[in-house]
Design a protein around this ligand. Structure first.
Ligand code: C5P
Length: 224
């Protein structure tokens, strides 16, 4: 049995990109490595939590000591999160593709000789963070991420309210920051009490600090 401030607690973490198939050999994806989600999951595990780690096809391996659920698409990720409920907290660190290809083909799409590329029809994916924030089985603490390239704080503050989550971990992913695919992260934690900028830290340390804040929060809730 795990010891630590999160012993007996269940936390769901989503991580990595999603892949949205175009045909059996092609997909739409994004540059998420899964590094930050992996670090959060490891931080929670180290504090004794039981972690369900729902991950898309990430480039970094999942942490040991967590229950890994591998998914490919946003729809699969949402279903896996739903199956993992109930939970004491959910941290949605995945870079979920905003759109899926509704015209996906079950055979490889070929050039037809006309010189015209195929037209892809797309539809919006389910927003897992917004859904879980308003779900009947909503975890008491729901944390989202906001990767922004402009107006980081303003966008994160609006996003927190729009999605209905408790906290947003906002980060600047402008190419010059090297955050996307890099080892460091510079985040602002946005809660109902306002915005708290953290110093630039290795992603592992951001994961540890976020896990500690979650433990702190759930500890206070329990004591009320
Ligand atoms: O709207 P945006 O994609 O910037 O929001 C980012 C936050 O929402 C992240 O926490 C991400 O994991 C979550 N999200 C989600 N499902 C989506 C899109 C985003 O859970 N379809």
């Amino acid at each position: 049995v795990a010891a630590g401030p999160l012993a007996g607690r269940h936390v769901i973490v989503t991580s990595g990109p999603t892949h949205e198939p175009i045909d059996p050999v092609r997909y739409i994806a994004n540059r998420s490595s899964g590094a930050q989600g992996t670090a959060v999951a490891a931080g929670l595990r180290d504090l004794g939590a039981r972690v369900t780690f729902v991950t898309g096809p990430a480039t970094v391996p999942p942490p040991p000591g967590v229950q890994v659920v591998r998914v490919e698409t946003a729809a699969e990720m949402r279903a896996a999160v739903e199956r993992a409920l109930p939970a004491d907290a959910a941290v949605m660190a995945a870079a979920v593709a905003d759109w899926r290809v509704t015209s996906a083909s079950d055979r490889k799409i070929k050039k037809d000789g006309s010189g015209r590329p195929p037209a892809l029809e797309m539809a919006e994916n389910p927003d897992i963070l917004a859904w879980i924030s308003r779900a009947e089985a909503r975890p008491p603490l729901v944390v989202g991420f906001a990767a922004e390239t402009d107006d980081v704080l303003a966008n994160a503050t609006t996003k927190r309210l729009r999605k209905g989550c408790d906290w947003i971990v906002a980060n600047d992913v402008s190419p010059a920051t090297g955050v996307m695919g890099g080892t460091e992260n510079s985040v602002i934690l946005v809660t109902d009490r306002g915005a708290e900028p953290w110093p630039q830290l290795p992603k592992d340390e951001v994961g540890r600090r976020l896990a500690a804040r979650i433990a702190d929060h759930l500890g206070h809730e329990a004591g009320r």
